[in-house]
Ligand binder design. Sequence first.
Ligand SMILES: [Mg+2]
Ligand SMILES: [Zn+2]
Length: 239
Amino acid sequence: MDGHEGGIRDRCASVSGGPDGSGAGGPGATGSGGPGGCAAGRSGGQNVCAGRPLRRAVFLDRDGVINVSPGEGKFVLRVEDFRPAEDAAEALARLRAAGFLLIVVTNQSCVGRGLLDASALDRIHDHMRELLAGSGAAPDAVYCCPHSPEAGCDCRKPEPGMLLRAAHEFGINLSASWMVGDSARDIETGRAAGCRTILLIAGAPGGATAAGKSPAPDAVARSLGEAAAVILGEAGQRR
Ligand SMILES: [Mg+2]
Ligand SMILES: [Zn+2]
């Protein structure tokens, strides 16, 4: 393993060679247990993994959630076009402080479509981490699906593949976790993985219309800050 500083690494299926299987990307989530971890908390409601409590995560769509959406059907293709959403860093820091893993799950079919190469996408994600790290809000992991819609992969949202993989690698209790996104596809993904869901309806073209589509999210929020408040309120009640 090459051991990125900060324990953060991209998990781009078939872009960076796929999972390295070390499971070492997380900050002690699965620890040295690494791959092979656990069944992600889906076995009979067990809330432990190899003797450790499973962790809770907030899965975050990227465009329109962490950064300003480039617009429906458009992509962020250059570092300078990655503009952080206004209250994203603060909201993420609050969730982190409450013990949630922060895991970005993003479809970037721009790679599969040949609009962006994998190293350029890595640079954009490095930039994202730098922006967020200053607020103590760098994500624990970034999972991305680089495939085109026609590829039929199991990681492109609304397939829950990225969430299931993260759950396995980090030891996440999906039913105690949340998916936040700005499209109906994100809500579908979160529900398919057994998470609760929040739809962001501000700052995203089509966001408001997505709210009316099935499946219904557990909550609707106008910003990541509002979504964090929903999550933290709920988390408080469940302790
Ligand atoms: Mg989005
Ligand atoms: Zn994929």
